[in-house]
Design a protein around this ligand. Structure first.
Ligand SMILES: NC(=O)c1ccc[n+]([C@@H]2O[C@H](COP(=O)([O-])OP(=O)(O)OC[C@H]3O[C@@H](n4cnc5c(N)ncnc54)[C@H](OP(=O)(O)O)[C@@H]3O)[C@@H](O)[C@H]2O)c1
Length: 240
């Protein structure tokens, strides 16, 4: 088992990519803390993990509330026996529409969930990681953090921002033995894309399991190596 004895907090773990990352890490022996708003979805993921012999904890949180995010991280560390090896900032809000139709509330919610919540989660996790001089933070950005895409202005702004945070923080935290990386998937068939791009046929899109495979690589790579940005794109079709 590649993650035996390790612990992880995964946000947005109730469905889609976060669910697959949680299931994949748990299969490799990682004890996981699962967070999102929908308690029923989190409990279903935890039930599946425990059915297969894994250990999962449900910690609901609305990431729009910074104080709640910092409490989530503190509670996760306590629940996971005082140690946290992996922080996976995966949850996101998406609202794809022309820029002029975007409300200030949609703009703000996107930045709050996709970027500012990562400020809070990382601030809260660092003391515990620094004390042990180890830890990995994996931020789930997107191809939308690498290139501009029509109707995704604020989503792109949030995901480009997350890349900037990742790259600058990786340099600051290197001396403390803490790795910071960004995973940038292209099109993955999930609720987020089905709701925001209903006109697109997702038949040959990547699956959440494909992205979990990449996240598992990043979580288990040797301490001598670092991945700054991993761009996983569809093999077929346009390069999204
Ligand atoms: N699907 C793609 O093609 C694709 C491509 C590139 C990158 N990504 C990125 O991959 C990550 C996962 O996306 P996905 O496609 O798996 O989306 P998804 O299926 O819609 O899942 C999103 C998760 O985030 C949680 N979430 C949303 N708002 C939240 C809030 N305010 N507080 C707490 N949790 C919240 C959701 O739970 P609740 O609603 O219950 O809170 C859910 O568990 C995101 O960072 C996304 O930007 C996706």
């Amino acid at each position: 088992m590649l993650l035996k004895g390790k612990t992880a907090l995964i946000t947005g773990a109730g469905r889609g990519i976060g669910q697959s990352i949680a299931e994949s890490f748990a299969r490799e022996g990682c004890e996981v803390a699962l967070s999102a708003r929908s308690v029923d979805e989190l409990e279903e993921v935890a039930r599946k993990i425990e059915e297969r012999g894994g250990v999962a904890h449900v910690l609901p949180c609305d990431l729009r509330n910074g104080e709640a995010v910092e409490k989530l991280v503190r509670d996760s560390i306590a629940t996971l026996g005082g140690q946290i090896d992996l922080l996976i900032n995966n949850a996101a809000y998406a609202c794809f529409k022309p820029f002029e139709e975007l409300s200030l509330e949609e703009w703000q919610t996107t930045l709050d969930v996709n970027l500012t919540a990562c400020y809070h989660s990382i601030q809260a996790v660092l003391p515990a990681m620094k004390a042990r001089k180890q830890g990995r933070i994996i931020n789930i950005s997107s191809v939308s953090g690498l290139k501009g895409i029509r109707n995704q202005t604020v989503y792109c702004a949030s995901k480009f921002g997350l890349i900037g945070l990742t790259k600058a923080l990786a340099i600051e935290l290197r001396e403390f033995g803490i790795g910071v990386s960004a995973l940038c998937p292209g099109g993955v068939a999930t609720r987020l894309t089905a709701e925001n791009m209903p006109e697109r046929n997702q038949d040959d899109w990547m699956t959440p399991e494909d992205i979990a495979h990449a996240a598992l690589f990043m979580a288990t790579q040797s301490d001598r190596t670092a991945t700054d940005i991993l761009h996983v794109r569809r093999f077929q079709g346009d390069p999204l």
